[in-house]
Write a new protein. Sequence first.
Length: 338
Amino acid sequence: MSFRKVFGFGIPFALVAFAAPIAAQDTQRFASFLPAALPQTQVDQWFADEVSKRSGGKLKVQVFAGGALGKPTELLKLVSEGGVQMATTSPAYFPSQLPLLAATNSLPLVFTDAAQAQRVIPALYADTPALQAELKQLGVRPVPGFWHTVDPYFMVCRTPIRTLADMKGKKVRSYGDDVPKMLQSIGAVPVNLLPGDLYESLQKGTVDCAPYSLGTAVSLKLHEVAKYVTFMNIGSPGGWPIFINEKAWDGLSADNKKLLTDVATAANKVELDKFAEADTEARKVMKAAGVEFIEFPDQKKFEAAAPDFLADWVARMDKAGKGPEATKMAQRWKELSK
């Protein structure tokens, strides 16, 4: 299926030129949707530097961080059309184009931590032809060997949250189809926002809380405007691959494909190490800034109140005509998560 059919518009001529096979010595343009300070973007840069190092400079990757080449919701289109060879962006931003893949970066309370998500998602993708088909129709694929993940999310708030009852009526940053349901199940009010809008929204009181890992919260400077962290754990919200344009991948030599795969595989440990470092440093920074850390006594009550997100997602996919694919995917997901 063409990108025109999926997104409803054609491909600009200027971008088509980039979609041709890429010579090995050419620089691969990589659009990263998160700010450069975040651990995941630091791993993107590590990936780029390591590719150049291991290839002796013959294969280069140039990272454009922080949405420098487009908004997060534009980057899938950009890499699909060949405007860049690689990109990272959240599948959850594309529920219409990636209804199955979006679940791997949107369902709360399905991954206990980043390590589990890092282990499960690539295997789930490899074992699920329907996931592969979603990307193939857009002319993209994941760089093999690695899937970005996220540390567990806690509540970063302007006012203290000490019990589950304190969440009632609170306006909380949300995204996708399922996080709003989680928030509504405990009486909170979901507000859809992109990461770049969070600082000002917390500062002005447009939202009261934002679920984020501590490292990410500090990277976005949220500790300057939100002085309370409640360890209300919604788990790791999954992750996303390094998307690569299919024609760009096909244009690489077998050696360079192996090089990218080897470096991507090595990035798994690099990312987990960076998460640990970021969390430790974030706690120091937050404490110095006067942020109060609050233990959450109602975790089990919170989890009991929340919907069965995987089952709800399967039901939603069934209504959309993708019931068999979603059922198989959910079954494999549970098996891999054991």
